[in-house]
Write a protein that binds this ligand. Structure first.
Ligand code: PRP
Length: 211
């Protein structure tokens, strides 16, 4: 018998939305309160789940030690992950943008400093505009960098726009829309085709259900 599919769920802001979507798809997962268990199962015991930091999910899925996962397109583009993306789950919708201080005019012509958690995506974007920039890689709270003078602009996610607004910043340009994707290891897609296709159909029915 084929081993149960092992699926990675993203810790953090996508976790509740992912569990909610799975519930609607008939996959009930209840991560125990404060539990330190690394692996959990759904109620029907058809799948095994592991909760990981979002940025690690494509690494595990590409390697094949985890069959599938839920991951934001921001991370997939940044890591240039070689995985199958059979379905846009339409959750975690936001945008990757260039933002800067609301009161300042920023010209890409001078060698501006760009603070971001997405150095490769930012470098690609500014290269496409023939703009020479210095990328400053940060791990979080990126909005503070222009306020403290570490950078001129940021490349970061905007969901409600509240963080930018409350810190006197504005969107200068949108780089791309972002949403969560179902990702599947390329080999698992073939050798576990039946299980993977069932999983895709379960999600598909919910994501593209008519209201
Ligand atoms: C993300 C993002 C922005 C914020 C945008 O940060 O990096 O800081 O959310 O959301 P908003 O437009 O709704 O205000 P996150 O909370 O994931 O934490 P981080 O800054 O530590 O990465």
């Amino acid at each position: 018998m084929t081993r149960k599919l092992l699926i990675a769920l993203p810790k953090g802001r996508l976790l509740d939305k992912s569990i909610d979507l799975m519930g609607k798809a008939g996959i009930t997962v209840a991560p125990g309160d404060g539990s330190r268990l690394l692996f959990i199962e759904d109620q029907e015991r058809l799948f095994r789940f592991v909760m990981l930091k979002p940025v690690d999910i494509p690494v595990y899925v590409e390697s094949g030690v985890i069959d599938a996962g839920i991951c934001g397109s921001d991370i997939l583009r940044e890591l240039e992950s070689d995985v199958n993306e059979p379905l846009d789950l339409q959750i975690g919708r936001c945008a990757l943008v260039v933002a800067g201080p609301a009161e300042k005019e920023i010209s890409y012509r001078r060698n501006i400093h760009v603070a971001t958690k997405y150095p490769r995506t930012a470098a690609r974007f500014f290269k496409g505009k023939n703009a020479h920039v210095h990328i400053v890689k940060l791990e979080g709270s990126v909005e503070i960098a222009p306020l403290l003078g570490l950078a001129d602009v940021i490349v970061d996610l905007v969901e409600t726009g509240r963080t930018l607004k409350e810190n006197g910043m504005k969107v200068l340009e949108e780089i791309s829309p972002v949403s969560a994707k179902l990702i599947v290891n390329r080999t698992a897609m073939k050798i576990k085709a039946k299980q993977v296709n069932n999983l895709i159909s379960q999600f598909d029915r919910v994501v593209y259900a008519n209201p």
